[in-house]
Design a protein around this ligand. Structure first.
Ligand SMILES: *[C@@H]1O[C@H](CO)[C@@H](O)[C@H](O)[C@H]1NC(C)=O
Ligand SMILES: *[C@@H]1O[C@H](CO)[C@@H](O)[C@H](O)[C@H]1NC(C)=O
Ligand SMILES: *[C@@H]1O[C@H](CO)[C@@H](O)[C@H](O)[C@H]1NC(C)=O
Ligand SMILES: *[C@@H]1O[C@H](CO)[C@@H](O)[C@H](O)[C@H]1NC(C)=O
Ligand SMILES: *[C@@H]1O[C@H](CO)[C@@H](O)[C@H](O)[C@H]1NC(C)=O
Ligand SMILES: *[C@@H]1O[C@H](CO)[C@@H](O)[C@H](O)[C@H]1NC(C)=O
Length: 303
């Protein structure tokens, strides 16, 4: 019963973590640090004025391929940020009109800034807004960023900052996996919730093998559902973060896997495995006891 309660509560947390600003924000599935998004548009302070191609590495070649309009954008960003070159990470997002971080939860998305600032190590995520919760939420980062960029003071859009389509493709894969895990969590939570009630019945009706068997069935269903969703979350996080980092790091987007979320989903699977194991043992002991009672009865009839 304890296992079922723990499994049930953890399952609910998997669903509802991050459903409003600053409610278990750490327990996200994946989070994106966009505090330096667009840093590639800013010419290095040493490259005197008109020649942004002198920025280091591949960014330079990427930059030179931009249209003339982008040069105007470059200069407007550079103007807007003149004097901020040393703490780009903390000012850039604000200048562009976007948030410093975005995080994906199972049923919504949250966004906000880092406190005290983006560069300090161990900065805390301060959520300013979360989207409304919906079942089978689909995270559309591209649309969200584009909307905020256009509303920002520089009125950019994503193509201005060389946003690669691959990032949204990576997120879309994760979205599909999360649809399935949503259904699995619902099954797991329902089964563990029922399991609390049937465990209570088992305590009252001591030693019933049928109830032990039923409990084992419920615990196993819940365990399997948690197990599959935990595996899907684990794989989805790794694939999603890899794709986003591969295509996003150049333009200043960093993805982090939500380790705390991973922990609670695997612990939920673990306690339901324990519960399932317990009911198997209980079922076997119950059978032995039943046999002993039977033989004792038989013996007493003889004498
Ligand atoms: C920059 O924008 C101005 C208008 O705002 C335009 O006249 C000029 O041609 C643009 N420069 C380039 C290099 O496109
Ligand atoms: C960030 O915060 C830390 C601690 O408050 C401070 O030492 C540091 O100067 C800040 N950095 C910027 C760029 O504001
Ligand atoms: C966000 O990314 C920037 C650029 O890599 C980094 O300097 C900063 O420390 C990161 N902030 C957090 C809170 O992870
Ligand atoms: C969080 O951000 C809000 C503005 O969005 C600000 O008013 C508040 O002080 C911040 N909280 C902390 C702890 O810095
Ligand atoms: C979110 O929910 C609130 C109230 O529950 C509603 O007023 C608002 O329109 C909703 N927003 C969206 C985008 O659905
Ligand atoms: C971004 O802006 C450019 C020029 O202003 C335009 O050609 C392009 O279609 C825009 N892209 C989006 C996705 O709005």
């Amino acid at each position: 019963m304890t296992c079922a309660i723990v499994g049930f509560v953890l399952g609910m947390l998997c669903l509802f973590a991050g459903h409003k600003p600053d409610f278990m924000e750490d327990y996200n599935i994946i989070s994106l640090n966009t505090s330096t998004l667009g840093h590639n548009l800013i010419p290095t302070p040493t490259s005197s004025g008109s020649s942004p191609t002198s920025t280091s590495s591949g960014i330079g070649s990427l930059f030179s391929s931009l249209a003339g309009e982008a040069e105007n954008i470059t200069s407007s960003i550079a103007n807007a940020l003149s004097g901020f070159e040393n703490d780009i990470a903390d000012k850039l997002a604000g200048e562009l009109g976007i948030k410093q971080w975005y995080s994906l939860h199972l049923m919504d998305m949250c966004e906000g800034t880092y406190t005290p600032n983006a560069t300090v190590s161990g900065a805390k995520a301060n959520a300013s807004r979360c989207t409304n919760q919906t079942a089978m939420y689909h995270f559309d980062l591209t649309q969200e960023l584009n909307r905020q960029l256009q509303a920002g003071s520089l009125h950019l859009n994503l193509s201005d900052i060389n946003w690669p389509d691959k990032i949204q493709e990576g997120i879309n894969e994760l979205n599909t996996a999360l649809d399935a895990t949503f259904v699995l969590y619902a099954i797991a939570i329902a089964a563990s919730g029922l399991s609390i009630i049937t465990a209570l019945i088992a305590v009252l009706v001591n030693g019933s093998r049928l109830i032990s068997f039923g409990n084992w069935g419920l615990a196993s269903i819940s365990f399997l559902a948690y197990l599959i969703s935990s595996i899907m979350i684990t794989v989805g996080q790794i694939k999603g973060a890899n794709i986003i980092n591969e295509y996003g790091n150049d333009i200043g987007v960093y993805a982090y896997k939500g380790i705390k979320y991973l922990t609670i989903t695997w612990v939920a699977a673990g306690v339901m495995a324990l519960s399932s194991l317990f009911w198997i043992v209980e079922f076997c002991i119950g059978r032995k006891q039943a046999r002993r009672v039977y033989t004792e009865k038989g013996r007493s009839r003889k004498y």
